[in-house]
Design a binder for this molecule. Structure first.
Ligand code: AMO
Length: 448
């Protein structure tokens, strides 16, 4: 008999079906055994009674997480047993035959139990099967899909940027060095150079891929490997064109989640934001004035925002500007990478921005320098050697349009959209200071 996906069962009362999946929960009630079965599409309650000897004996063997095929008849539940909260709450499956496809050892804990984050991370191959994990990563898949769809519709071409690079793209210290035959290479911190180079080919490009940061922070917002959603576009007037595309893209992503993930969002009790048509934007210096006036935080002349400042600015934006998003522009050039374009009308400050959402920076973007000579000078000004950037510089040597783009942290966006406290909850297999799947032994690290 052909397999029926569990979500179809509500329309199949009276029919014989065959379903396959995992035993989610088993409950014994006197002479009845109830098995909640789970597949990728949903859940269904299956039942057998001691009266059906062979079915009862086969069902009696089953334990949580065993993988089985069950044949049986779908029946309407009696009125008072209908569970309106469940998709298949009006039906159940009367078990006739059970075939075991895969057995599971005894679980270390019940999948319904509340567990702390370390236990959750130690047991990911199992804990990701819990409803919460399944829901979070299903929504995340929709975020990436919406990012792709939106940019494709806008005429951007998807590119794959390399993850092994020679020199560190951002010229910073936070890169992992790796052995590369007889050489030292680095893991990419961003697709920055390659997306810019590809503007010279396709004008508008985007990439979704893993990037690596050798940051020794152990916080709720830092990962050592994360997914960067990047786009880069040519022929812009200035950074505000880039901000406008990001604004429109965020509206699209939220709309798509509302359309496609209603149940999942409800399960997490998450509140999706409304993304304004025009996300408010302030210069860093204006932001600092606001922090002083409204919150008595004295940070004028600081080159960047501290996490507490980001939280307060978002609070302000929500209350006073009716937006959970706020752009902060014009950071000092000294704090921005060498490819950042300086504002001719505000010398010393960048035509670049951060986007803050619900208290956290989720994006950095800017207009880029596209003139070869100016870029060489900018590299030197940062104390870097243009020779080392010769490969990247070819793009500029041979003609580039004014362009700009963004990098958006997928995990930070997911966490903030869904109200998760830690970005690790929005990362399938998080890598941090102390963990690559399993906890790293400090002894081993020291021996190396
Ligand atoms: P930046 O370094 O600001 O900019 O990174 C862009 C966005 O990536 C996310 N992010 C992180 N997420 C989790 N863990 C981390 N350790 C981490 N570091 C950064 C944040 C951040 O806003 N090349 C530029 C982008 C550009 O200008 O196009 C860049 O990478 O959400």
């Amino acid at each position: 008999m052909e397999r029926t996906y569990i979500k179809e069962l509500k329309n199949k009362a009276g029919q014989e079906v065959s379903i396959s999946g995992w035993v989610d929960i088993r409950r014994d009630h006197g002479k009845l055994i109830f098995i909640d079965m789970r597949d990728v599409s949903g859940k269904i309650q299956c039942v057998t009674s001691a009266k059906n000897e062979s079915a009862y004996a086969a069902t009696n063997e089953l334990r949580p997480e065993w993988v089985v095929t069950i044949k049986g008849k779908v029946s309407e539940r009696p009125e008072k047993m209908v569970n309106k909260d469940e998709e298949n709450g009006s039906v159940e499956l009367q078990i006739e035959e059970v075939a075991i496809l895969g057995r599971a050892k005894e679980l270390p804990f019940e999948l319904k139990t509340e567990i702390n984050i370390d236990t959750y991370l130690d047991n990911l191959p199992l804990t990701l099967r819990m409803e919460r994990g399944r829901v979070i990563f299903k929504i995340q898949a929709h975020i990436i899909k919406a990012f792709r769809n939106f940019l494709t519709q806008e005429g951007f071409v998807e590119i794959q940027a390399p993850k092994i690079i020679g020199e560190d793209a951002e010229g910073g210290a936070n890169s992992f060095a790796i052995e590369y035959f007889k050489h030292t290479a680095h893991l990419a911190q961003s697709p920055q150079f390659y997306k810019q180079i590809m503007v010279g080919v396709f004008e508008k490009v985007f990439a979704t891929g893993n990037v690596y940061r050798a940051e020794k922070h152990s916080t709720t917002r830092h990962l050592n490997e994360y997914t960067s959603l990047d786009f880069e576009m040519g022929f812009i007037k200035d950074h505000t064109d880039v901000m406008a595309v990001e604004n429109k893209m965020l509206r699209y992503i939220v709309e798509e989640l509302e359309k496609n993930c209603e149940k999942e969002i409800a399960h997490l009790e998450a509140n999706l934001p409304s993304v304004p048509k025009n996300i408010p934007s302030v210069k860093l210096r204006e932001a600092q004035e606001i922090l002083k006036k409204e919150y008595e935080i004295d940070c004028e002349n600081a080159p960047d925002l501290e996490p507490e400042h980001e939280r307060k600015l978002c609070e302000y934006s929500k209350e006073k500007l009716d937006s959970e998003f706020i752009f902060v522009t014009h950071f000092p050039m000294s704090k921005r990478p060498m490819y950042t374009y300086e504002d001719e009308e505000d010398i010393g400050y960048a035509k670049g921005f951060d986007l803050l959402f619900r208290g956290l920076e989720i994006t950095t973007g800017s207009q880029r320098v596209h003139d070869y000579d100016i870029l060489v000078e900018a590299i030197k000004k940062k104390g870097l050697d243009p020779e080392k950037f010769a490969f990247y510089l070819q793009a500029f040597k041979y003609g580039m349009p004014p362009h700009g783009g963004i990098g958006l942290g997928l995990e930070r966006l997911t966490a903030k959209l869904l109200g998760l406290e830690n970005v690790k909850e929005a990362t399938l297999f998080p890598r941090d200071l102390n963990r690559i799947d399993t906890l790293l032994s400090t002894d081993k690290l020291e021996q190396k």
